[in-house]
Design a protein around this ligand. Structure first.
Ligand code: ACO
Length: 327
């Protein structure tokens, strides 16, 4: 049995923060941000909006597209690096807001690879026949965990959410998950992390003043490993599935930096016009970036039935992975 993506939904806040807006807040320029990252604008949520609010909006749209009722859901997995609260899981807040009591729900903490980790877990539950419909969410309010005094990181991030219902597929169904590969290497945890606010280093007044409750990133070092790991995991997956990179119609990668994506496409020998790029208007939305990009390429007609769509991600942890879907 294969799992299929029965429905997909996204949500982004209305407010848009441009590079020109950032020029007024920080010692930066539109030119630097565009050249180094490819980002022009990103969405930013107002203070009253929670990560779970965006997650719920995306989930309701995904359920509607799937033609399912919320009572059809058997489980909810929420991938986020910017949870509503450390305890309980954001998935619990989503569950309460969706009003689907009783089913198991949990968060996945795998940074930008969170959506692929969650999809892969859902795929296992569906393929073993344990569950019929699993709601998978990637939702982030990265504007809340960005250090707005650190110009090398805060310009990168955006807010948004994407959700998919992964369910039992029947013979001949489209949007079939063909396979996935996941990896991690915790030895590099401090390449991208939030140093304080957990049990190891509880947040103190001093930590707060130093911004240790916000994202700290070693961007240069990450850049180099990101390209290598993403390339390797794609070839690993394609080899296992017996698929040639020339057969890939679309690559929908995690949107961290346009230069990373260009290097990736080159190494995979996949032409640039087959890569879905939304970083210019979304920024890096971590776990939400793949479903946001996927949704856009479906809506504008680029991704068509029967095409092979490759997802690939890399993020804090370090975590990385890839997944192939026949649309
Ligand atoms: N505006 C102007 N100048 C800046 C800015 C800014 N916003 N930020 C940094 N600079 C300066 C630096 O201070 C430095 O100046 P110096 O040479 O005088 O010291 C110079 O620009 C170069 O800085 P670098 O950090 O070397 O710039 P780099 O080209 O590496 O770009 C970036 C930085 C965009 C962060 C890049 O390294 C990157 O994208 N890395 C990968 C990030 C990634 O993949 N993350 C993992 C996924 S994200 C996740 O999991 C949530």
């Amino acid at each position: 049995m294969r799992s299929v993506i029965k429905g997909l939904g996204v949500a982004v806040p209305d407010e848009i923060l441009t590079n020109e807006d950032l020029e007024k807040m920080l010692d930066t320029t539109d030119e630097w941000i565009t050249q180094r990252t490819g980002i022009k604008t990103r969405h930013k949520a107002p203070p009253h909006v929670s990560t779970s609010d965006l997650a719920v909006e995306a989930s309701q749209k995904a359920l509607k597209e799937a033609g399912l009722d919320k009572r059809d859901l058997d489980m909810i997995i929420c991938a986020t690096a910017s949870p509503d609260t450390l305890l309980p899981a954001t998935a619990c807040w989503v569950q309460a807001k969706l009003d689907v009591p009783g089913i198991p729900v949990f968060d996945i903490s795998a940074a930008c690879s969170g959506f692929l980790y969650s999809m892969t877990i859902a795929d296992q539950f569906v393929r073993t026949g344990t569950y019929k419909n699993v709601l998978v969410i990637g939702a982030e309010l990265l504007s809340r965990i960005a250090n707005w005094e650190d110009r090398s990181t805060c310009v990168l991030f955006g807010d948004g959410a994407g959700a998919a219902v992964i369910g039992e597929g029947k013979e001949g169904d489209s949007r079939r998950i063909l396979g996935a590969k996941l990896h991690a290497d915790g030895a590099f945890a401090e390449f991208l992390w939030i140093p304080a606010g957990g049990a190891t280093t509880p947040l103190t007044k001093e930590g707060l003043e130093k911004g240790l409750n916000k994202v700290v990133m070693r961007g240069n070092e990450l850049f180099k490993v990101a390209v290598r790991h993403m390339t390797d995991v794609v070839f690993e997956l394609l080899e296992e599935l017996g698929v040639n990179s020339e057969e890939i119609d679309w690559v929908v990668p995690h949107q961290a930096n346009v230069r990373i994506l260009q290097s990736l496409a080159k190494r995979l020998k996949i032409s640039w016009d087959r890569v879905v790029v939304t970083i210019d208007h979304h920024g890096n939305t971590s776990a939400a970036s793949i479903p946001l990009a996927l949704h856009e390429a479906i809506e504008d007609g680029r991704i068509k039935k029967g095409q092979k769509v490759l997802f690939v991600s890399f993020g804090g942890g370090l975590t990385w992975g890839s997944c192939l879907v026949e649309w």
